[in-house]
Design a protein around this ligand. Structure first.
Ligand SMILES: Cc1cc2nc3c(=O)[nH]c(=O)nc-3n(C[C@H](O)[C@H](O)[C@H](O)COP(=O)(O)OP(=O)(O)OC[C@H]3O[C@@H](n4cnc5c(N)ncnc54)[C@H](O)[C@@H]3O)c2cc1C
Length: 388
């Protein structure tokens, strides 16, 4: 039997009446593109003027999309959703740090999260961004194929060491690490570093996962090549599939710099490659683990159908579904209710440091026709069902 996603009682069982009404207010506000766009601009301005906007952001976007300011707060949120069988990916959501000192400071923070996760059955993953450990400009330079100076070589070695310490701790503590995909013009060193980590730590099972953005027209081929490489070198591939979060930025840069856009020509083309990539993974589970990162119901259904067609049990420990905390609970909680492995990305960190993440959530939730419309109608349906 295939899962269904419209049971709002299951979807929102972890949310109190008050939280649900708060969610209705938030998604109603975000459904106006103009209001959201003004909100994002005002937030940027207020922050640059050091105005006290933190408490407003905290009580609106932050409380809905984040687990808290500390790992301990996030763990409390994780414990709530785990009651309904939904696991957590701890995502130390701090972005935009650009100093060696910050990069070094992040390592123990991640190792602390790994150790914490290993003591909690409901936290099987942590996620990281390589830009949290490396200068963007250094990644850009390596990607473009420039020869590095001695100092840059040393800086790149330090990045390797930081990521290696985290992956080593994860392997020792049996926690999986998801390496996020970022802008295409820095992605090559991210892929290369992640491949090295997979080769080192994925000997018997996938500990480290690379991320494949299927909105790029070259990523389906890259996924298949990554699988072949893993087979040839004798390790398990960790394949996290997403569509991709930086479409406008990617297209704008390609136009500005005069190169062909790396992005698919249409949403349909992205969807087609996403579903084909997922099918490829389901058919090759002997050599890989699949992480389905999407809010797209049709894609989740296709994966469930492919699992059924290939006689893969719903609770296999080689397939994980994932949505972001505060979004698409109807998918997460209904899948988990049917026995699939599901984990929510749960960002945490000081409010000011997760603002870029929150602004991306606000932006992607603006279109009434898209995600927000769906979220809002489900929230309203549940409010009506509860009679509150
Ligand atoms: C658990 C999880 C982890 C994630 N990790 C990452 C990550 O590491 N890196 C990252 O970049 N993103 C990441 N994302 C975000 C993700 O890439 C998408 O931006 C987001 O999930 C929306 O895509 P969708 O599949 O959920 O839904 P859908 O609504 O079906 O798809 C929307 C997406 O389709 C693509 N798209 C839309 N219009 C067009 C068009 N005209 N032409 C071509 N493509 C189009 C874009 O990628 C857009 O984001 C993650 C998402 C989740 C749920």
């Amino acid at each position: 039997m295939l899962p269904e996603f419209d049971n709002t009682e299951v979807a929102f069982q972890y949310r109190s009446d008050k939280e649900l009404k708060h969610a209705r207010f938030l998604f109603s506000s975000m459904s106006s593109p103009m209001l959201t766009s003004i909100g994002i601009k005002m937030t940027g301005l207020a922050l640059s003027l050091h105005l006290p906007v933190k408490s407003i952001i905290k009580s609106t976007l932050f409380d809905h999309f984040c687990g808290g300011e500390t790992m301990e707060d996030a763990a409390k949120t994780a414990a709530v959703i785990s009651k309904y069988g939904v696991n957590t990916i701890l995502d130390y959501g701090v972005e935009g740090k650009e100093s060696e000192e910050d990069f070094d400071k992040a390592v123990p923070e991640f190792i602390k999260a790994i150790k914490y996760a290993s003591a909690n059955k409901n936290i099987p993953f942590i996620s990281l961004k390589i830009t949290g450990f490396a200068y963007f400009s250094l990644l850009d330079k390596i990607h473009a194929g420039y020869t590095l100076s001695k100092d840059e070589e040393a800086a790149w070695k330090r990045v390797y060491d930081r990521i290696d310490s985290i992956c080593k701790a994860a392997a020792e503590n049996q926690i999986m690490v998801l390496v996020d995909a970022e802008e295409s013009w820095i992605q090559k060193p991210v892929d290369d570093l992640t491949d090295m980590m997979m080769e080192r730590y994925n000997k018997s099972k996938a500990v480290v996962f690379n991320t494949f953005q299927l909105y790029r027209h070259d990523r389906l081929v890259f996924l298949k090549e990554s699988y072949k490489t893993a087979q040839a070198k004798g390790y398990q591939l960790g394949a996290k599939l997403v569509r991709g979060a930086y479409m406008e930025k990617e297209r704008a840069r390609a136009i500005e710099k005069g190169y062909p856009s790396p992005i698919q020509p249409s949403k349909e083309a992205t969807d087609k490659d996403y579903d084909e990539a997922a099918l490829f993974c389901v058919q090759h589970l002997e050599g890989l683990s699949l992480f389905v990162g999407t809010h797209n119901e049709a894609s989740c259904l296709k994966v469930a159908k492919a699992m059924l067609d290939n006689n893969i049990p719903v609770n296999t420990d080689k397939v994980f579904f994932s949505q972001l905390y505060g979004m698409s609970d109807n998918i997460s909680f209904n899948l988990s209710h049917e026995g699939y492995h599901v984990a929510k990305y749960l960002p945490y960190g000081p409010v000011k440091d997760v603002i870029p993440y929150l602004m991306r959530r606000a932006q992607e939730n603006t279109s009434v026709a898209g995600q927000t419309g769906r979220e809002l109608s489900l929230i309203k349906k549940e409010i009506k069902r509860r009679g509150i």
